[in-house]
Design a protein around this ligand. Structure first.
Ligand code: UDP
Length: 492
């Protein structure tokens, strides 16, 4: 249906509320910018964040605002949960403080409620854990959208696995393979040890799962950072069972060489270094914003990359880099061939660089979506939460990657995974990249996905259409009056 045109003085004020993890904050800011840019006459986007998280997204927001689009930041105080000042997300907190970040998520309810009542936005796009925003939106008579920074394949898998959680919890061995029930397409099996903890033991997420789910089903619609061609049958099923309205709008990141400071203070030297390397020769190694490695694992990885004989660009989180172990002379031996970035890499720009041939990734959703969009095949090394599920999409369904290691105990649970030995890493990396290795096939598939991702966000592509449909639905909703949430009442 054609949308009524909104007077530019009466743009829809859409508030975006990301939770406290960079893998959520970064794509939510990207989405806000995309919506403001897609319908400048109709959308005024405001990203509602805490101060340190505002600094993380400032470059993205500033660039979009400088291009003349209506995007702003509104700050609220980070809840006092005993974290040092300036530590406001999982990526910045030490591993032993992660529980404080989860507590801050819960405590932000009492801040969000008065803030939203005071500002009375025309629509709320909020992160999955902020289940209470469905109720506030209903009270204000405006639509609430749940934003999923994670794709549909892992969401459906987790939903369906949750229905058989009692069987999973009851037991059997950690290596027992569990088949994802009710999944479209080929059968996907995952050993218990690789399932997200909340499906196996009680934790903060297992306690709030039903509430988040009810809130998602009751709200106006669900926005997902994915594109349909990446996971079509799963998108169809998701639309049928998991959302009143669904919008697949990704990839929301704009692949750009200028996005050096997206999400952090990106190291630009590595881009200059990449330019000295032959086309498609460099293996980029990065494990996202918050996963930690043991000192032993870092050492094995250092030795494995050395023994692979491949050029590599390896990102080590700044708090892990103090524990970088390298045998005497390691840095000298790999000098010229390998570069280590301590801290934050400009990942989008790295993946867009023509010298990058493969990506060793922990399979965070943003990373695999960014790899697919850049046409870079991946070597998978999942670490936590839904990453083992994402790995199955990459290697078994979309077929643009291969596993780094299958040889020993892999586990999602802290301290339970076996260390991946240097020889296995060297073998996987060298074997993947060598002529006749898996690189050619997976790279061809990755290039195909990149073309489709690009087509999806370009004019009249599926994601482009979904962003416009979303704005049209908002305009329509405003014209038709207050929105009533559906489905099961949310337990507040
Ligand atoms: N990222 C980056 N530089 C880094 C590490 C991560 O730009 O050095 C970005 C990456 O491009 C992605 C996000 O941070 O957009 C990480 O999200 P992902 O879902 O891949 O993993 P998470 O950090 O949530 O585990």
């Amino acid at each position: 249906m054609a949308a009524a045109v909104v007077d530019s003085g009466k743009r829809l004020r859409v508030f975006f509320l990301p939770s406290f993890a960079l893998g959520h904050l970064i794509p939510m800011a990207d989405l806000a910018c995309r919506m403001a840019a897609a319908r400048p006459a109709e959308v005024e986007a405001t990203v509602v964040v805490t101060p340190a998280n505002a600094a993380r997204i400032a470059p993205t927001v500033t660039r979009t605002a400088a291009a003349g689009h209506a995007v702003h930041v509104l700050c609220y105080p980070f809840p006092d949960v005993g974290l040092e000042e300036g530590i406001e997300c999982l990526g910045d907190a030490a591993a032993h403080d992660a529980w404080r970040v989860y507590r801050a998520v819960e405590q932000s309810q009492t801040i969000h409620e008065p803030l939203l009542r005071h500002h009375r936005p025309d629509a709320i796009v909020s992160d999955v854990p902020f289940w209470w925003t469905t109720e506030i939106a209903a009270e204000l008579g405006v639509p609430r959208f749940t934003f999923h920074p994670v794709g549909v394949f892992p969401q459906l898998a987790m939903n369906n696995l949750f229905t058989i959680r009692p069987d999973i919890v009851r037991g059997g061995s950690a290596s027992r393979p569990v088949s994802v029930p009710g999944f479209p397409g080929k059968e996907i099996t995952i050993p218990v040890s690789e399932l997200p903890t909340f499906l196996v033991q009680d934790d903060h997420l297992s306690m709030s799962w039903d509430r988040m789910k009810a809130s998602q089903l009751a709200c106006f619609g669900v926005i997902v950072n994915t594109f349909i061609d990446l996971e079509q049958p799963y998108c169809d099923e998701f639309s049928r069972v998991d959302a009143r309205r669904s919008y697949f709008v990704g990839p929301v990141a704009q692949p750009s060489r200028s996005a050096v400071h997206r999400g952090g203070d990106g190291n630009a030297d590595c881009l200059r270094w990449l330019s000295t390397k032959p086309s498609r020769s460099v293996v980029y190694v990065c494990f996202g914003s918050w996963a930690h490695f043991s000192v032993t694992q870092i050492k094995e990885l250092a030795l494995g990359l050395e023994a692979s004989n491949q050029p590599f660009l390896w990102v080590i989180r700044s708090d892990d880099s103090n524990s970088l172990w390298a045998p005497a002379g390691w840095e000298q031996r790999v000098a010229g061939r390998g570069m280590v970035v301590r801290g934050w890499a400009p990942q989008l720009a790295v993946l867009a660089h023509q010298s990058v041939g493969a990506f060793v990734t922990h399979c965070g959703w943003n990373s695999i979506l960014e790899a697919a969009s850049a046409g870079v095949p991946v070597l998978t090394w999942p670490l936590v939460f839904e990453q083992f599920i994402n790995e199955r999409l990459v290697t078994e369904v979309a077929a643009f990657g291969a596993r780094v290691w299958d040889g020993g105990k892999r586990s999602e649970r802290d301290g339970e995974a076996e260390t991946v030995p240097a020889e296995a890493i060297a073998r996987a990396v060298a074997g993947f990249m060598e002529a006749g290795g898996q690189w050619e096939k997976t790279a061809a598939r990755a290039r195909e996905l990149a073309e489709r991702a690009c087509a999806a966000v370009n004019e009249n592509g599926s994601s482009w259409r979904d962003i416009h449909r979303l704005v049209d639905d908002l305009v329509q909703a405003r014209a038709s009056g207050p929105e009533t949430p559906q489905g099961n009442p949310v337990n507040v």
